[in-house]
Design a binder for this molecule. Structure first.
Ligand SMILES: *[C@@H]1O[C@H](CO)[C@@H](O)[C@H](O)[C@H]1NC(C)=O
Ligand SMILES: *[C@@H]1O[C@H](CO)[C@@H](O)[C@H](O)[C@H]1NC(C)=O
Ligand SMILES: *[C@@H]1O[C@H](CO)[C@@H](O)[C@H](O)[C@H]1NC(C)=O
Ligand SMILES: *[C@@H]1O[C@H](CO)[C@@H](O)[C@H](O)[C@H]1NC(C)=O
Ligand SMILES: *[C@@H]1O[C@H](CO)[C@@H](O)[C@H](O)[C@H]1NC(C)=O
Ligand SMILES: *[C@@H]1O[C@H](CO)[C@@H](O)[C@H](O)[C@H]1NC(C)=O
Ligand SMILES: *[C@@H]1O[C@H](CO)[C@@H](O)[C@H](O)[C@H]1NC(C)=O
Ligand SMILES: *[C@@H]1O[C@H](CO)[C@@H](O)[C@H](O)[C@H]1NC(C)=O
Length: 244
């Protein structure tokens, strides 16, 4: 069920890229931008005609963001969710957007009214991603005879368009095993001291490591936790001494 959805998502992404590629080769200058949320982006047009009467930037084909006409000095900003986050440079048509959010992902359209009265369009496709969250690894162990172990590790992270990569102490696992779940059979002779799940999207990546002391024995969560536990025990012991 899950992997089917991922496959659909990947197929859609490929179609989208193909679409963008075709569009680029036809129009010569449309672009796509992939950025992390919170950044400032500049939507630049690289082959603006020499002379134009009017420039209008649209969001999703219908919502006007800003309009500039050659006979008025100031650009007119429309009421939109961009109201206080955009500035427009009429010299070269560049639209600057500050602090982009995921919801700003869209096709941006610039309509150019030329001196002769004909109209041209340019498109820029913007995709905004949040950085991925740090993953958590959930472990299910099934111990079999002779210390061999069936391990089911699931990597849980939050975000869109996530890719998972798994590593062991000898390097990355084969690509076929890369998904949110890693299901392996480990023998004493080929156990790994650790497993890493790395989660990535086009703008960021984060990872989590779990440690093992044998095929089926997980190492204590972390040194810091051990020291903390040890300190608590020592303090309680000392208190016990004082109170008796
Ligand atoms: C975005 O632009 C604003 C205003 O120029 C600036 O204060 C801020 O530091 C910029 N943010 C980033 C992530 O560059
Ligand atoms: C447009 O002008 C800005 C400065 O106002 C400059 O940074 C940017 O590179 C220019 N873009 C193009 C496509 O010429
Ligand atoms: C980890 O697995 C346990 C038991 O299968 C489940 O209750 C818990 O919700 C899982 N945690 C995450 C973060 O998926
Ligand atoms: C367990 O290991 C021992 C010695 O290596 C072997 O004789 C025995 O057959 C193994 N048991 C199973 C169920 O594989
Ligand atoms: C691995 O564990 C998950 C739940 O954490 C479960 O849904 C899945 O069926 C398990 N996979 C195998 C092969 O046992
Ligand atoms: C460990 O070795 C066993 C037997 O050779 C094999 O079935 C298993 O796939 C190996 N596990 C890993 C994680 O390489
Ligand atoms: C995700 O995996 C696919 C297939 O391996 C790859 O084409 C794509 O570039 C990856 N995306 C990221 C963000 O790593
Ligand atoms: C895991 O993340 C750390 C930084 O948090 C990085 O230094 C390390 O290279 C990453 N490991 C892998 C296997 O990507």
């Amino acid at each position: 069920m899950y992997s089917k959805r991922v496959k659909w998502q990947q197929a859609l992404e490929i179609l989208l890229l193909l679409h963008l590629f075709l569009e680029t080769s036809i129009q010569g200058c449309s672009e796509q931008l992939v950025v992390v949320s919170g950044s400032n982006v500049s939507l630049q047009i690289c082959n603006l005609p020499d002379k134009y009467k009017k420039l209008t930037w649209f969001y999703t084909d219908i919502q006007k963001i800003v309009e500039w006409e050659s006979n008025t000095p100031k650009p007119r900003y429309f009421k939109s969710k961009f109201k206080d986050r955009v500035t427009f440079d009429h010299q070269n048509g560049t639209l600057h957007i500050y602090k982009v959010q995921k919801e700003d992902s869209s096709t941006y359209l610039l309509k150019i009214l030329k001196e002769a009265g004909t109209e041209e369009e340019r498109k820029i496709f913007l995709k905004v991603f949040d950085p991925v969250s740090k993953p958590v690894i959930n472990i299910t162990k099934i111990k079999e005879v002779n210390n061999s172990c069936y391990l089911n590790l699931s990597c849980v992270a939050w975000g869109q368009s996530l890719n998972y990569t798994w590593y062991r102490d000898s390097g990355p696992f084969p690509k076929e095993l890369w998904s949110s779940k890693l299901v392996i059979n480990v023998e004493p002779q080929n156990y790994s001291k650790f497993y890493i799940c790395q989660v990535s999207n086009p703008v960021s990546n984060k990872n989590r490591t779990v440690y093992f002391t044998s095929a089926c024995e997980q190492a204590p969560a972390s040194g810091v936790a051990w020291i903390a536990t040890w300190l608590v025990v020592m303090v309680l012991t000392a208190l016990g001494f004082l109170l008796t």
